[in-house]
Design a protein around this ligand. Structure first.
Ligand SMILES: Cc1ncc(COP(=O)(O)O)c(C=O)c1O
Length: 398
C-alpha cells in the first residue's frame, strides 16, 4: 500500500507533482567546484554570537519560551523602527525558526484549499511547496523589464491576475532572484491594489539590509490601509549569515497577528539561547553586517560587468540582495540545460531561471557566496563554456 494512506487529506497524493518534484539531491563538496547555486552566505556566523548562545545557556536560558523572549521581540521592534515603522512587540511580532517557517505559517494562517495566492514571475521557489501543501493555487503576475534590464512589478499584469479567489499577493523586496528594490511609487501602487481588492499582502523582506547604490529599502506595511493586511516575513539567515541556526520572525498588524497566531505551531520554535544571542546581534552586530555588505558589493562590482563582457550574456546591476540574474536568451539555450551543462563541463553551479517561473526562462542566477578570486575563475569558465556552445539555433536544443 502506498504511504499516501497516512497523508493528512486528499491533497497529498498529487502534492509531489504540484510542489514541483521530489526530494532534491543535496550535493556535497566536489573537487574544483565553484558553487554559486544556493544563497548560503560563505561568511560564518560571528564568534560574539556563538559565545552569546553559550553564555545564555550558562545563565539558564534553557527553558520553555512560549511566546518568544520579550527582550528579543523588543530588540526586533527597535530594529524595524529604523525603517520608520512602529511595532508593538507584544502584539505584532511572532518569532519563527527562519524565513521558511515564516512563509509556512503565514500561508497556513490564511490560505484555504481552492484559494489563490498571487506571486510574481520570476519569484523565489520556496513559496510553491507551502502554497500547494495548504491546497491553494499559486497564480503569477509577470514582472516586466525596465530599461536597466531589471524585472519590475507591472500593475496591469498584477490587476489582471487577481480573481475573486485571490486571498493574498506576495512580493519579495529586495527581490531574490531579480535584484529589484521596489520604489515608493511601486509600493504605493501595490498597496492601492491590495486595499481595493481587499487582499492580504505578504512582504518577504529578508534581504532588507542588502541594498546597493541609491536604492533604499522601504517597508509596505506603513502605507495607508496596509497595517491590517500586511505580513512582513523576516529572517536572520542572510542578515547575520545565520542560515544553519534558524531565526526569523513575522511582523503584522495586531488584528492580523491574531490570525497568524491561530496556526498551532506549539511552543516558539527558535531555541531560547539563540533568541538571547539574537538580541546581541540586533544591538551589536552591525559592523559585521557592514563588512559582509562591503564584500558583497565588491563581488557585484566585479561580476556584473564581467558577465556582460561575455558575448550573449547581459547582466543588469542589482539594486538589492546578493544575486546576479543575467539574461542569456541570446544564446538560445534553455536555462535548465545551460546550468546543467555548465556544471557538468565546468563545475560551476548556478540556478536556472526557469526554476523561478516561466518568465525566468532565458536567465540564470548566481549567488555571490564566493570571494572575488573564485568569481573571476567562475567567469573564465563560463566564458569558455559559452564559447563552446553551438551557434544560436532553436533546433539545437529541443
Ligand atoms: C526570498 C527568500 N525568502 C525566504 C527564504 C528562506 O529563508 P530562510 O533561509 O531563513 O529559511 C529565502 C532563502 O533563500 C529567500 O531567498
Amino acid at each position: 500500500m502506498p504511504v499516501e494512506r497516512f497523508a493528512k487529506n486528499e491533497l497529498i497524493p498529487s502534492l509531489q507533482a504540484r510542489m514541483g518534484g521530489g526530494t532534491r539531491a543535496r550535493m556535497g563538496p566536489m573537487e574544483g567546484m565553484i558553487n554559486l547555486g544556493a544563497g548560503d552566505p560563505d561568511f560564518n556566523q560571528p564568534e560574539f554570537i556563538n559565545k552569546a548562545v553559550y553564555e545564555a545557556m550558562k545563565e539558564g536560558y534553557t527553558h520553555y519560551s512560549f511566546g518568544g523572549d520579550p527582550e528579543f521581540k523588543q530588540a526586533i521592534a527597535s530594529y524595524y523602527k529604523k525603517y520608520g515603522v512602529d511595532v508593538d512587540p507584544n502584539t505584532q511580532i511572532v518569532i519563527e525558526s527562519g524565513g521558511s517557517q515564516a512563509i509556512f505559517r503565514s500561508f497556513g494562517a490564511i490560505l484555504n484549499p481552492g484559494e489563490e495566492i498571487l506571486i510574481m514571475d520570476p519569484a523565489y521557489g520556496g513559496y510553491r511547496g507551502p502554497a500547494a501543501y495548504f491546497g491553494a493555487t499559486m497564480t503569477r503576475a509577470k514582472l516586466t523589464k525596465g530599461k536597466d534590464g531589471l524585472f519590475r512589478p507591472d500593475m496591469d499584469n498584477i490587476r489582471a491576475a487577481i480573481t475573486d479567489k485571490t486571498k493574498a499577493m506576495l512580493i519579495c523586496n529586495p527581490d531574490n532572484p531579480c535584484g529589484t528594490v521596489y520604489t515608493e511609487k511601486e509600493l504605493k501602487g501595490l498597496a492601492e491594489v491590495a486595499v481595493e481588492k481587499d487582499i492580504v499582502l505578504i512582504a518577504d523582506e529578508i534581504y532588507t539590509e542588502f541594498t546597493w547604490g541609491d536604492s533604499v529599502h522601504r517597508p509596505i506595511i506603513n502605507l495607508p490601509g496596509m497595517e491590517e493586511r500586511t505580513m512582513v516575513l523576516m529572517s536572520f539567515s542572510k542578515t547575520f549569515a545565520w542560515t544553519g541556526c534558524r531565526a526569523g520572525y513575522i511582523i503584522a498588524g495586531p488584528e492580523l497577528m491574531r490570525v497568524v497566531n491561530a496556526v498551532p505551531t506549539g511552543i516558539c520554535s527558535m531555541p531560547v539561547a539563540f533568541q538571547r544571542a539574537g538580541i546581541k546581534a540586533l544591538n551589536e552586530g552591525w559592523d559585521f553586517v557592514d563588512e559582509m555588505k562591503a564584500e558583497y558589493k565588491k563581488r557585484i562590482d566585479f561580476m556584473a560587468p564581467r558577465l556582460s563582457e561575455i558575448e550573449g550574456i547581459t547582466c543588469p546591476y542589482p539594486e538589492g540582495a546578493f544575486y546576479l540574474f543575467p539574461d542569456i536568451s541570446e544564446l538560445g539555450v534553455p536555462s535548465a540545460k545551460f546550468s546543467q551543462d555548465l556544471f557538468v563541463k565546468e563545475k560551476v553551479r548556478c540556478a536556472s531561471g526557469s526554476g523561478y517561473g516561466e518568465n525566468g526562462e532565458g536567465h540564470i542566477r548566481f549567488a555571490l557566496v564566493r570571494p572575488v578570486e573564485d568569481l573571476a575563475e567562475a567567469c573564465d569558465r563560463i566564458e569558455k563554456f559559452v564559447k563552446s556552445l553551438p551557434p544560436k539555433a532553436p533546433s539545437a536544443y529541443p
